[in-house]
Design a protein around this ligand. Structure first.
Ligand code: GLY
Length: 363
């Protein structure tokens, strides 16, 4: 087991990363929580697969399981009253604990429920997808979508503990397994060229060619051998960024590389056509090509990013109407009256924030 501590004063917490240790969860929960009551929020997919493990995962606690319908489409403000009522009916007090057991959608909703119920109670993240293990479970961003845009209502509410077990990755579909690698590639791009090169090296040492019909399966098996190393370094980078800028005044913005265009694509396609990772994969390539065209980005850097993302079975080009995407980006949280803060790659491992108009970006 490896442990990272996110150092945020009284909001500090541990991220515990390991393999097949879900039966040890009670031991870690007891260390940070004296109470007995847990309100576990999960989704229909995760519940179906793991409901037989709850007894082991939450042994010794008085737990209530609340099941949301799976999917980003369900992460909207209208879902909240039902959750609050269930929390009241479960007798949850300010001293009790919420657990988010699932992917990023579950984490965002459960975290927001914890942030707002009785003006804020504690919560624990147990992320079950790669994207939530390396990104959304760490750093305390929680919230829900409005019809007008993604994550427009939310809070910064740090978890008390993050438990990352790669056991849960085995049941992801191939699509959602690879989806999370977009965020891992992001960390290399924004912060650590060596990490980018390390991931490229791991991918390139798979003993099967890209054209082989078993490529997806074989690469997945190969990546599983290294997944804890990749998740650990990703969480470490995120922790370092969040420690320096918890509330996204400046540095934390770099975590949004590829996300402004990516979120707009997700919203434009109604969260149905592309997963989060797929949309930001294309978003990272796009913004890097734009950066090169505008003379901000080292020449041909996008080719390396494109190559790695493609090898990880992620899309690198998504067609979209620029005027519609511009309108959606204008409503993004990163937008201000004089432009949008875009994260621009200087070269792999280094980015900068540039304020650019939502139309000017495509000129
Ligand atoms: N996912 C970006 C952040 O947590 O800041």
């Amino acid at each position: 087991m490896e442990i990272l501590n996110v150092g945020l004063g009284e909001n500090s917490y541990d991220i515990v990363i390991g393999k097949n240790f879900f039966d040890k969860f009670p031991k870690y929960i007891e260390k940070i929580y004296n109470g007995k009551k847990l309100f576990v929020i999960t989704d229909s997919n995760v519940d179906k697969i793991y409901r037989n493990q709850y007894e082991k995962m939450f042994k010794g606690f008085d737990y209530t399981i609340y099941v949301l319908e799976a999917g980003e489409k369900n992460k909207h403000i209208g879902i909240m009253p039902g959750i609050y009522s269930a929390m009241v009916n479960a007798g949850l007090t300010r001293k009790d604990m919420v657990v988010a057991f699932g992917g990023g959608v579950v984490g965002d909703i459960a975290g927001f429920a914890a942030a707002s119920y009785m003006r804020g109670i504690g919560f624990i993240q147990i992320p079950t997808t790669i994207v939530s293990q390396v990104d959304s479970s760490v750093g305390g961003k929680v919230g829900v979508d409005l019809p007008e845009g993604k994550n427009l209502v939310g809070a910064f509410h740090q978890p008390k503990l993050v438990l990352i077990d790669n056991y849960f990755l085995n049941t992801l579909t191939d699509r959602y397994f690879y989806d999370g690698f977009a965020e891992i590639v992001k960390y290399g791009c924004i912060y650590d060229k060596k990490f980018f090169d390390r991931l490229m090296e791991i991918v390139e040492t798979v003993e099967v060619s890209y054209d082989d019909e078993n490529y997806k399966q074989k690469l997945r098996e190969h990546l599983m051998k290294y997944v804890n190393e990749l998740v650990y370094r990703s969480c470490e980078i995120k922790k370092e960024v969040v420690e320096k800028d918890e509330k996204e005044s400046n540095l934390r913005m770099i975590l949004n590389f590829g996300h402004t265009i990516g979120h707009a694509i997700e919203q434009f396609t109604n969260y149905e056509k592309y997963s989060h990772g797929e949309a930001i994969s294309a978003g990272m390539v796009d913004i890097t090509k734009i950066g090169e065209k505008k003379g901000f980005t080292k020449k041909n850097e996008f080719l390396k990013i494109e190559k790695l993302l493609r090898a990880l079975n992620l899309p690198t080009e998504i067609e979209y109407p620029k005027d519609r995407i511009s309108e959606i980006m204008k409503r993004d949280k990163k937008s201000t009256n004089d432009g949008i803060n875009f994260v621009i790659l200087k070269e792999i491992g280094e980015v900068e924030i540039r304020k650019i108009g939502e139309r000017e970006i495509f000129e």
